[in-house]
Design a protein around this ligand. Structure first.
Ligand SMILES: NC(=O)C1=CN([C@@H]2O[C@H](COP(=O)(O)OP(=O)(O)OC[C@H]3O[C@@H](n4cnc5c(N)ncnc54)[C@H](O)[C@@H]3O)[C@@H](O)[C@H]2O)[C@H](O)CC1
Ligand SMILES: [K+]
Length: 248
């Protein structure tokens, strides 16, 4: 099945495999900019705003949990947790693998530690009986390898058992971003905010409501000789736009 993705103004946005998205990231970081810190900041800020919209005016009373992995996906989640905490939201951050945190997500964590938001250990989160309104899923993005295991698996199963609504960053954790396959457990998301371009595996039955977020990548990166994507900037005066996937 091949999916095509359209904005709410009817513009088609090219979709990319994980391999192509990794090349977009390489072109951005090595050739054109923005660098990883800048892209992740845009990802996290957009995710915080998307969380606030999802909570429909109730965000100041809501209990929000951010689940963050050790890579780029987790870094965007930690950044969103900071933006929410900076606005006085009640947000707790749970890291699936503190010891494997990569450099840029570790930097995000360091900044988060200066907010009023709290970090919560996995054991405490799994045992909590506090009501939870919204979970931000930033455990695994396009670098999923095989079925989720270890702490990531425990957190995916925990999140799916609750009544809370789940908003995934880039792709629901456990879903293969190129094929949409699920080699094992995966997050059952009500919404997914994907970054920069839709991924070929963002099947509507897996993503829930799909949103595309601008992380500041310029048209010249998409037109780079190794990519040559047919891309028209879709955002206008917005940073997040609804996307619809259609089967072709
Ligand atoms: N231009 C962009 O779109 C940008 C995207 N960003 C985000 O970064 C992720 C990709 O980041 P990466 O560091 O490559 O890895 P992930 O976060 O996807 O994965 C993290 C981590 O997960 C572990 N893992 C993989 N498979 C499993 C498994 N089966 N079980 C348990 N754990 C698993 C593995 O150890 C990885 O290290 C992308 O999706 C975007 O969200 C950037 O933030 C900005 C630019
Ligand atoms: K995710």
């Amino acid at each position: 099945m091949e999916l095509k993705f359209f904005t709410d103004t009817g513009l088609e946005i090219p979709s990319v495999t994980a391999e192509q998205m990794i090349e977009v990231d390489r072109v951005a970081t090595e050739e054109t900019g923005p660098n990883l810190f800048q892209m992740m900041e845009n990802a996290g800020r957009n995710l915080a705003l998307q969380a606030i919209s999802t909570l429909n005016g109730q965000w100041q009373q809501a209990n929000i949990i951010v689940l963050a992995g050790s890579g780029g996906n987790g870094g965007g989640g930690i950044c969103a947790a900071r933006h929410l905490a900076n606005r006085g939201a009640n947000v707790k951050l749970c890291l699936s693998s503190v010891e494997r945190l990569k450099e840029v997500p570790a930097w995000q964590r360091r900044i988060f530690q200066a907010t009023n938001g709290q970090e919560i250990a996995i054991e405490d989160l799994l045992a909590t009986d506090e009501p939870i309104d919204l979970i931000l899923d930033a455990l695994i993005g396009y670098s999923l390898r095989a079925a989720p295991r270890g702490n990531a698996l425990d957190l995916i199963e925990w999140a799916n058992r609750l009544d809370a609504s789940i908003l995934s960053l880039d792709i629901p954790s456990g879903v293969d971003s190129t094929t949409g396959d699920t080699p094992g457990a995966f997050i059952h998301a009500q919404g997914t905010m994907t970054l920069a371009l839709p991924k070929t595996g963002l099947l509507p039955e897996r993503t829930g409501e799909l949103t595309l977020a601008d992380i500041g990548i310029p048209a010249g990166a998409y037109a780079w000789k190794t990519l040559q994507l047919d891309y028209l900037p879709p955002f206008g005066d917005r940073y997040r736009i609804p996307l619809t996937a259609r089967d072709h």
